[in-house]
Write a protein that binds this ligand. Sequence first.
Ligand code: SF4
Length: 438
Amino acid sequence: MYGMGEHSIIEAAARLREAAERGCENPDLRGIRGTMWRTGKPADIPSGAVFLPSFEEIKSDVQAYCRHFVLQEQNADPFSAALLVEKSEERYVVQEPPSMPVKTELFDRIMELPYTREWHPDYTEAGGIPALAEVQFSLTSSRGCFGACAFCAIAFHQGKLIQTRSPESLVREAETLTTRPDFKGFIHDVGGPTANFRIPACKKQAAQGSCRGRQCLGAEPCPNLSPDHGEYISVLKKIRTVPGIKKVFIRSGLRFDYIMLDPEGKSFLRELCEFHISGQLKVAPEHSSDRVLKLIRKSSNAVYHSFEKAYAAMNRQLDKKQYLVPYYIAGLPGATIEDALHTALELKKAVLYPTRCRIFTRRREPWRPACIIPASIRIQVCQYIFRGEPMSAVFREPFCSSTERKTANWLRKRSVFSNGKICLRFYDNRKVASGPRI
Ligand code: SF4
C-alpha cells in the first residue's frame, strides 16, 4: 500500500472478509486504489496502463529516471491518474491510481480513535522518545498540500487536495487533552503539512482534482487560487476558548505568501501575532536568490520581505516583541556561489546570526552524491542528478557542475561539520566581504 492508506485498508479488509465467508483461500486484492501488485504475465496488465521506464533503464540512464519521475508526477492525482507499470527483469510492478481523499467525517473518526499518546512501553527503559513531546499535545487539523515546493514529497503521499477535520472534532480532541494529568494547558500546534491550508486551492480542484502540469502556489501563484483564512481563524478561536486551555500555538509551517495573497490576510496575521506564537515565528523562505527560488518553485524574495514588513508592523501595533526566524537551505541543485553569497548578505543585512545551515546535498569522497533530505521522488532529485530541469520537454542548459562544486568547496572551507550538518560562519564579516560583490 502507498499513500495514507485508510480507504485501501478498509477495502482490502472487506474483500478478505467476504472471501473468508465464501471459503475462498486466494482472495483477489487487485484493483484497489492506493495499492501495488506484481505479476510475471503481461496479459494480467489492464489496458490503458502507462508504462514507466524499466528499473534497469532508470538505474543506468539519468534521462530515463527523469522521464520516470515526470510520468509519476503527472499521475499522482486521484481524479486523473492512470495505472502505472514498471518492468524489472521479467516481472511487472503495477501501481493502482492513488486513493481518493478522505472526507471530513472519516478523517474525524480516524483522528478521534483512542490513541494512547504515549510511546510503546518497549522504549521506556531507554528513556522514551523525546520527539513525542512535540506532538503529544498537538492537533492535526488538515492533510495534503497544494504548494509546489520542488524538494518536498508530501503531495505524493498525502495528495494536493486539502482534507480537513471538522472544528467540532478538533474541539472534542482539545477537550480530551485537558483531561490528561500531564496536560499543562498548552496546545503545541494546530496544523498539518501547511498549517494555513484549510480549504482547496480553488473550486475546480475541489470538484475535479489538481491541474496536470500546473502549480497552484509555486514561484507564481495560479490566478485561480482563492486564498482564505476565515475558516482557520474560526477553528482557532473555538479551540482557544475550550476551558482548561491557556494557549494554542501554531508550529506547523505557514505559507507566508498565501497569507500575503489573501485580501483578508491581515486579519489572520493579527490573530497569529496576538494569540498563536510565543515570541518567535519560524518561516521558510528557503533561499533569498530569485533564480534559486524559481527553481524550487517558491515565491520571490520580495514576497518574503513584504511579509517581514507586515509582520513587524502588526507586532508594533499589538505592542509585542516577537521575531521572525527564517529557515534557509544551502547547496540546492542549481545554486551557485553568487546565490550562496546573496543569502549570506541577506542574513547580514537582517542582523541574523545562524549557527547551523541545512544543506541539500553534499559530496563525499569519492564524489558520490549523498542527499540528506529523504527525497526519492522529488523534482529536485532529478535536477540534482540530471543537472537540469526535468519537467520541460526540452531539457534546458544543464547546470554548471563546476560552479556547483565551487559553491560546495566554498561552503566546506568556511564551515564546521557537526553531526552531518554544516555550520556556516556567515556572521564573519571579513569572509563574507571577501566574496564577489553582488
Ligand atoms: S486552477 Fe490553479 S489553483 Fe486550481 S487546481 Fe489548477 S493550478 Fe491549482
